[in-house]
Design a protein around this ligand. Structure first.
Ligand SMILES: NC(=O)c1ccc[n+]([C@@H]2O[C@H](COP(=O)([O-])OP(=O)(O)OC[C@H]3O[C@@H](n4cnc5c(N)ncnc54)[C@H](O)[C@@H]3O)[C@@H](O)[C@H]2O)c1
Length: 319
């Protein structure tokens, strides 16, 4: 099977593409390489803006996995107009030309951010998706645009991912567990912005499992699927990272509790992905932390701009 991974040189793609190759899939990546290229030698990577792609670029592929766009709130808020174009319009356009080219499945990297600020309830895929910030709104628009094209010959699967965390060859330290890991290691202190806020956390290895299950699902399956490893409060995440890093480093790690307002607060039910895709998460925060600790020597300076999407994006935008 031939799979095109659009935006496949980013954080998730750099972990996913090797797994797809290990499973015998033929993979091509199209990516602007904003953050460089950490994919193994031999992977076919085309450095190209997806907006410049046409139907012929999609021909011959069985499936397209869409991982491109502006991938967090700071980028979206730095350039709201670009955010709406890259996250709202681009997935619809790529799904459109993929369908024209006879691609059988389009897998879209959506986000649980679409749920916005919820209170108490566990949200499933039928719950209201109402966010008030550019990233959440645009991810919902992208999802909607792609799903609109679904029919019996074109399966669209939208994976609403929790905050992805853990080690990837293209590393990010601007994701909750990764940031706390960095601070525990380099400052001996973890800042908890608001301990009562809920977040679904998705280990990057579980994210890869979810994409694999989506690729392998029967073509009759489509729709929206929440995916997470589990739901945690930010306070729980902080305590968990502190406990794990204390054991791993032998140092005492402090917690600093703040009471910052957050526009995002949600916990999700991911039973649908278990039932229809066979998705089973295997990792918890301890696994995520241990895996990053294991790769510590490869990171060098943890404050390097390359690890922070907004820093790289600001440089790109200023040129
Ligand atoms: N990381 C998370 O916690 C998370 C959670 C939920 C959803 N998502 C979504 O998953 C996807 C991947 O996330 P990530 O963390 O790997 O992001 P990332 O920023 O690391 O990677 C995005 C990649 O897309 C490429 N790209 C962007 N626009 C492009 C274009 N027009 N043409 C070609 N390439 C382009 C970039 O060069 C980059 O390599 C994103 O769509 C993001 O919104 C991520």
């Amino acid at each position: 099977m031939k799979i095109l991974v659009a935006g496949g040189a980013g954080y998730i793609g750099s972990a996913l593409v090797p797994e797809l190759l290990d499973h015998g899939y033929e993979v091509v990546v199209i990516d602007l390489l904003w953050f460089g290229n950490y994919l193994q030698a031999g992977v076919k990577v085309i450095q190209k803006d997806l907006f410049k792609c046409e139907k012929k670029d999609m021909e011959g592929f069985d499936q397209v996995i869409f991982l491109a766009g502006l991938s967090n709130d700071p980028m979206a808020e730095y350039s709201p107009s670009k955010n709406f174009v890259y996250n709202g319009a681009l997935p619809s356009y790529i799904a459109y030309i993929a369908k024209l080219a006879g691609v059988k499945r389009f897998i879209y990297a959506s986000s649980c951010s679409v749920y916005g600020y919820t209170v108490d309830k566990l949200y499933d895929e039928n719950s209201p998706a109402i966010s008030s910030y550019p990233y959440g709104i645009s991810k919902l628009q992208g999802e909607f645009g792609a799903l609109e094209l679904a029919d019996k010959n074109f399966s669209v699967i939208s994976l609403r991912q929790g905050t992805v965390c853990g080690h990837s060859p293209r590393m990010r330290f601007d994701l909750i567990v990764n940031t706390m890991f960095r601070d525990a290691f380099s400052k001996g202190k973890i800042i908890v912005n608001n301990p009562s806020i809920w977040r679904p956390i998705l280990s990057i290895n579980d994210a890869v499992r979810a994409y694999l299950r989506a690729v392998q699902a029967n073509y009759s399956i489509g729709g929206i699927f929440n995916v997470a490893s589990d739901n945690y409060t930010v306070g729980q995440v902080g305590d968990n990272v502190r406990d794990d890093m204390s054991v791993l480093t032998g140092q005492k790690i402090q917690i600093e509790l703040l009471n910052r307002q957050d526009l995002r607060n949600y916990k999700v039910n991911f039973n649908k992905a278990k039932t229809y895709l066979g998705y089973l998460p295997k990792e918890n925060i301890t696994d995520i932390v241990k895996n990053m600790y294991h790769h510590l020597d490869t990171y060098g300076d943890l404050s390097n701009d390359a690890y922070y999407n907004i820093q790289v994006f600001k440089k790109i935008e200023s040129h």
